[in-house]
Design a protein around this ligand. Structure first.
Ligand code: ATP
Ligand code: MG
Length: 180
């Protein structure tokens, strides 16, 4: 499984629809300061379910929507779609390509979909649980996160190992069952 494509429209500095295709293997994104490298990595975290505006360097979720420049008007909708190549069926979903999309408008309405079918955020989280993807996982390591692994409390560090061992899914299900 690997990230094969991302489409961003109205997300942060990506006002127009921007499509980036990724190949297997290593991709490096380079560019001058302010060109959108961090915005790109935030788009990936956002579509995987990031709910904290602060961790996206904003103060409210609306800050992910392109808010205009001197030359351009702001837009009303941010949308990000990622396509995962799942030919190896690494994710428990019987499709060779899985597209995950999230959009957000200035009325505060969110929309999520998997392969163009509307879904809940929870469905995306469930799909990615224990896969090593997901907003809290270490597939995305931002600046400053490395030392967090060492500075975390033991319980927090244990969660990292539980995720890696693939037991988080069962713990979530247990909690859900207990709540019912
Ligand atoms: P550096 O090399 O300094 O880390 P970078 O390539 O990571 O730079 P980003 O931080 O991704 O750059 O991009 C910052 C740019 O994105 C800034 O110019 C900022 O104004 C712009 N930006 C952020 N949010 C929005 C938004 N909602 N609307 C329009 N532009 C935005
Ligand atoms: Mg940056």
């Amino acid at each position: 499984m690997y990230l094969s494509r991302i489409e961003m429209t109205g997300f942060k500095s990506f006002a127009d629809k921007t499509v980036i295709e990724f190949d297997k293997g290593i991709t490096a994104v380079v560019g001058p300061n302010g060109s959108g490298k961090s915005n790109l990595s935030e788009a990936i975290r956002w579509v995987l379910g990031e709910q904290s505006a602060k961790s996206l360097r904003g103060s409210k979720m609306e800050d992910v929507i392109f808010n205009g420049t001197q030359q351009r008007k702001a837009v009303n909708l941010a949308k990000v779609t990622i396509v995962l190549n799942n030919e190896d069926r690494y994710l428990d979903y019987d499709f060779s390509e899985i597209s995950i999309a999230r959009s957000y408008n200035r009325n505060g309405e969110s929309h999520y979909s998997i392969n163009n079918e509307s879904c809940r955020l929870k469905d995306i989280v469930d799909l990615l649980l224990d896969s090593g993807l997901g907003k809290n996982n270490f597939s995305m390591i931002s600046q400053g996160k490395v030392e967090n692994i060492f500075l975390n409390k033991p319980e927090e560090r244990r969660a990292i190992f539980e995720e890696a061992a693939g037991v988080q899914k069962y713990q979530m299900r247990k909690l859900e069952a207990e709540r019912k």
